[in-house]
Design a protein around this ligand. Structure first.
Ligand code: GLU
Length: 507
């Protein structure tokens, strides 16, 4: 199938780690692009040098890679509309700002930061706009001669949009329907800064136009900026090329009161960022879903369900299924409450859904972080298969698989001690002999053999089964005990019984 004209973009500013809302924005753009056989563009909006954070761009790229949401065009990838980093496109924005000035839709403003501060302090609800602009120092209030002189002298200045008074600006949002704004409420935003860098408002419009963006999906927090953007599209004469917009609902705190913030993560003990983010300046580490043990498949699945639903009961979706089922019109207007327990449920379901082979690399990573080196072989895959239904987070594979690689060094003696007897010692000594003689080492045969001996010695199965588990595992957990013994093999099972008998008898 050939590429369609659908072109969407994710346009992050590299100012820190990526909030889960940011990844959801990427996901919805990506799903829409894939569904319509379009192009997904990554554009780095780094024109605000004061907010630029070293390492943040790389972090964003790493996040997208971890999630498998790979852009078709972007920094480091290239594409027809390169460069994709706005700081590298600095030279091209001035022309558009000057065009707006020439048309009377924008003007030069010479006010110093100190003057503006003073106004903000002295005038209640000060807005640089139609009410006050004539009293301020700009090309609308000063004489043409003075303005030319100041421009010739290189007097620092910005270019501001001239917001019209008493107008209503409208557009149709793909999620919210008709939205309108009163222009009196919006100030004359700066378009081009004194250093020649565009602000977000100018750069986003120019680049969406030049990069032929057809649909722009972004967070709800950008809705108040929409009137400025709409007017820029109109004044620049590009109205018929304006992308269709959708403003995505907020992700809310668990109690539904307000936007989910980084601080909520720390407060409630769950991650809010996609991956760990280390702030070099403060040394503060913000935990991420990846390091907390989430599978990227589960992470995307849970994000998809934050504000969107397919209209059916289905909750677990593969990427292919999401692409098929997704439609932006089915995204809710209302904010979506974040529920960490539900997030974990998605991960557990995904762990169950994946095969031992598919999980092997992740499990090797988890064990490696605990200094346990294992090889990706048949044994590992079987071990994963045996325990995966008991794991919610990938990190659970550490406790759930450890005893498969190392004999327990500690036993849950509290569970064994009160009921330990000499008869039980004899039972397990005899079990060693029977196991040694066993020709088939399969769970079912081991169970039959074990039960046979239990009857023979006059025990109830419950009397000896728990100690047997504790001998192999160290504690009262894990899958079916005969599955464990079968996986461990005869030699190791027997060795563990012998070792445990010494410990139990020393009680
Ligand atoms: N640079 C903006 C951000 O950091 C992008 C907003 C938009 O998509 O228009 O979120």
């Amino acid at each position: 199938m050939s590429q369609s004209n659908v072109r969407v973009r994710f346009a992050p500013s590299p100012t820190g780690g990526l909030h889960l809302g940011g990844v959801r924005t990427v996901l919805f753009n990506y799903l829409f692009a894939k569904k319509h056989n379009g192009t997904f563009v990554l554009r780095i909006e780094d024109t605000d040098q004061s907010r630029y954070v070293e390492g943040a761009e790389q972090y964003i790229l790493d996040c997208l890679q971890w999630c498998g949401l790979n852009p078709d065009e972007g920094p480091g990838i290239g594409g027809q509309y390169a460069p994709y980093r706005q700081s590298e496109r600095k030279a091209l924005y001035r022309e558009y700002a000057e065009r707006l000035v020439a048309q009377g839709h924008a003007y030069y403003a010479f006010d110093t930061p100190e003057e503006l501060d003073k106004n903000r302090k002295e005038i209640p609800n000060f807005q640089y706009g139609h009410v006050y602009r004539s009293q301020l120092r700009n090309s609308l209030s000063l004489s043409e001669h003075d303005v030319d002189l100041m421009l010739d002298n290189g007097t620092p200045h910005v270019i501001r949009i001239k917001m019209p008074a008493d107008e209503t600006v409208r557009f149709t949002d793909m999620i919210r329907g008709d939205v309108s704004f009163d222009t009196n409420q919006v100030d004359d935003k700066v378009l081009l800064k004194a250093d020649g860098m565009p602000t977000y408002h100018l750069a986003v419009v120019v680049d969406d136009y030049l990069m032929k963006i057809s649909h722009a999906f972004r967070g709800e927090e950008w809705l108040p900026s929409a009137p400025v953007h709409l007017l820029l599209w109109k004044y620049l004469g590009w109205e018929q090329h304006m992308p269709q917009w959708a403003h995505l609902p907020l992700i809310l705190k668990p109690d539904g009161h307000g936007k989910l913030s980084k601080r909520d993560g720390a407060k409630f003990g769950f991650p809010v960022y996609a991956m760990d983010w280390l702030d070099d300046k403060t040394g503060e580490l913000t935990p991420g879903f990846r390091e907390m043990g989430f599978l990227p498949e589960a992470f995307l699945n849970l994000l998809a369900m934050l504000g969107w639903n397919s209209g059916t009961d289905q909750e677990i979706f593969t990427m292919g299924e999401l692409i098929n089922a997704f439609s932006i019109e089915r995204v809710n207007k209302a904010g979506a409450k974040f529920d960490f327990e539900k997030a974990k449920w998605f991960n557990a379901e995904w762990i169950k859904k994946m095969s031992g082979e598919q999980l092997a690399e992740s499990v090797i990573g988890v064990l490696d972080r605990h200094a346990i080196t294992v090889t990706n072989d048949d044994y590992l895959v079987k071990v994963i298969e045996a325990v995966k239904d008991r794991c919610t987070l990938l990190n659970d594979f550490y406790t759930q698989t450890l005893y498969f690689f190392e004999a327990p060094v500690q036993y849950d003696l509290v569970a064994v001690k009160p009921k330990w007897t000499d008869e039980k010692t004899l039972f397990f000594s005899e079990l060693i002999t029977r196991f040694d003689e066993a020709e088939v080492w399969e769970p079912m045969q081991l169970e039959i053999l074990f039960k046979y001996l239990t009857d023979e010695k006059g025990f109830k199965i419950g009397d000896v089964m728990l100690p047997f588990r504790i001998m192999l595992v160290g504690g009262k957990f894990g899958p079916h005990v005969f599955d464990i013994a079968a996986l461990l093999g005869k030699q190791e099972t027997v060795a563990r019984i012998e070792k445990a008998l010494v410990a139990f008898n020393a009680l």
